[in-house]
Write a protein that binds this ligand. Structure first.
Ligand SMILES: [Zn+2]
Length: 168
């Protein structure tokens, strides 16, 4: 991959360290797979990471920021700076395919891709069950246990499940 080859070794080391930083609410998915790492710059002992918050006011943000700092420091960088950037805003479309697979394995329906369009109620309602892939599902509550999640019920396998809500 050209992009990988163009990165300096130091930058690549930071990306590798970031693969181990996970969202506390979804233990398996890394911040890279979530698509919230905007930019990484690194020299011998200094690393700068720009990350964008997923959901405004997400309580996990401070935790993830500290965790990023910890992991990158452990990768051999003495000076680690984590900036929170809001532009361009994060959207659920930035979650990688691997990230989506992990969400599903976790029993959490991946967000529907909105391809830049607005998130309509129809988009939120049309979701496949992460357990049996049926689209015969009903939206039960638009607010799950966290702001980021909606609760659905699968009429096919009769289980309720959470969906990582799409965000435009
Ligand atoms: Zn089902």
């Amino acid at each position: 991959m050209t992009t990988t080859r163009q990165r300096t070794d130091a930058t690549q080391r930071v990306w590798n360290a970031l693969q181990d930083v996970t969202d506390p609410e979804i233990p398996d998915i890394s911040v890279v797979e979530l698509g919230i790492i905007q930019r990484v710059e690194a020299t011998d002992d200094t690393a700068t990471i720009d990350m964008c918050p997923t959901f405004a006011g997400c309580p996990a943000l401070d935790y993830m920021r500290d965790d990023i700092r910890k992991h990158v420091t452990a990768a051999g960088f003495d000076h680690v700076r984590v900036n929170i950037v809001f532009d361009p805003p994060w959207t659920t479309d930035r979650i990688t395919d691997e990230g989506r697979r992990k969400l599903k394995a976790f029993g959490l329906a991946p967000p529907t891709k909105c391809s830049g369009g607005p998130v309509t109620e129809a988009i939120i309602r049309d979701v496949a069950c992460p357990f049996c892939d049926s689209h015969d599902t009903t939206l039960e509550s638009i607010f799950g246990p966290t702001l980021c999640r909606a609760i659905h019920y699968c009429n096919a396998c009769r289980q309720s499940f959470e969906q990582f809500k799409p965000v435009e």
